[in-house]
Design a binder for this molecule. Structure first.
Ligand code: FPP
Ligand code: MG
Length: 325
């Protein structure tokens, strides 16, 4: 099954609703925040979260019309977090284009993120207080994880457990919410717990895939070794340092400098590549996907549950190879 094909009608509804949130077909040219938000949101992105909401909902037999609002909210929260993240990371390219902060500056990027986030919460407020409250808790968790990652910059001793906790907060929490939201609509508490656990682990696998492509340079939309440049110990870097004490010292020395040249970053990146850490990172990513499937429990046997598993495997591997957040 190709989820992008099977869910096309649903995703078309999500797209129409997103467009409406983003000022409709012809928004005012003077509305800078909306123009900036559209620059990120329209014509790019895999719509992984809306797709997840739909598959989770199908597993519980939820009417598709009731899933559109949670799906749109999940995409808007994701987009808001990317707008903020590119300010935090000083990211210059996303989805093959200059980032909003690169084009309009940090103030517009932060505020267009706020606009999308409040749009998401307003959408949920129209559905009910439980969905709104769980989304707010998710945003809190994402925010805490984002600052934990900033605080981990330059940390040569970051453990695998700490790294996974950051990945869970940044990405897993919202994936888990996609499941919780569908289960909330279905009023199924047991499913909410299983889906949350599945989403969190798949989110960790996604983040691992993102770390892998940072080192492989397979994301055409972003420069290779951006994490090494920003002194962020990502998964392959943590694994490579554990393999090779000399490389760890070299990375530590370079990260203590005031500025890192592109040549130095490339040299360290090659150092990470030759340790074989990428293979180990792929093994860990696949283990995470397997543990997600375990967390799904009896739902993995359901036809749509099996779609969840297939979707997760395909998309995580696809991201590790190709990219495009
Ligand atoms: C991308 O990670 C960023 C995230 C998955 C979440 C970032 C979260 C925040 C900035 C907290 C604020 C949240 C909201 C909703 C406003 P990455 O930097 O590893 O990936 P990238 O390579 O795509 O930039
Ligand atoms: Mg980033």
């Amino acid at each position: 099954m190709d989820p992008q094909v099977a869910f096309r009608p649903f995703l078309a509804q999500v797209e129409a609703s997103l467009l409406e949130q983003l000022g409709g077909p012809s928004p005012k040219e003077t509305d800078t925040l909306m123009q900036a938000a559209r620059h990120l949101c329209l014509g790019g992105g895999k719509r992984a979260r809306p797709t997840l909401v739909k598959i989770f909902g199908d597993t519980l037999g939820v009417d598709a019309a009731k899933l559109v609002e949670p799906a749109v909210a999940a995409e808007l929260i994701h987009a808001a977090s990317l707008l903020h993240d590119d300010v935090v990371d000083n990211g210059m390219f996303r989805r093959g284009k200059p980032t909003v902060n690169a084009r309009w500056g940090n103030i517009v990027a932060v505020m267009s993120g706020d606009l999308l986030l409040s749009g998401a919460l307003l959408t949920l407020a129209g559905v009910g207080p439980r969905l709104t409250a769980s989304a707010l808790a998710t945003v809190q968790e994402m925010t805490r994880a984002a600052i934990a990652e900033v605080q981990a910059r330059g940390n040569l001793e970051l453990s695998l457990g700490e790294l996974k906790a950051i990945a869970e907060g940044k990405t897993g929490a919202l994936f888990g919410w996609c499941g919780k939201a569908a289960a909330t609509v279905a009023e199924d508490e047991v499913a909410a717990r299983c889906f949350d656990a599945f989403g969190r682990r798949i989110g960790i696998a996604f983040q691992m895939a993102d770390d892998i492509r940072d080192i492989t340079g397979t994301d055409e939309g972003k420069p290779q070794y951006a994490d090494l440049q920003s002194r962020t110990p990502n998964l392959p870097v943590v694994l490579a340092m554990a393999h090779d004490a000399r490389l760890k010292r070299r990375i530590g020395e370079a990260w203590s400098w005031a500025a890192l040249t592109p040549e130095k970053v490339r040299e360290l990146g090659t150092g990470v590549l030759v340790t074989g850490a990428l293979d180990d990172a792929i093994v860990l990513m696949n283990e995470e996907i397997d543990s997600a499937v375990d967390a799904l429990g009896p739902y993995a046997e359901h036809e749509s549950g099996a779609n969840l598993v297939m979707w997760a495997r395909t998309i995580a591997r696809g991201i590790a190879l190709k990219g495009a957040a």
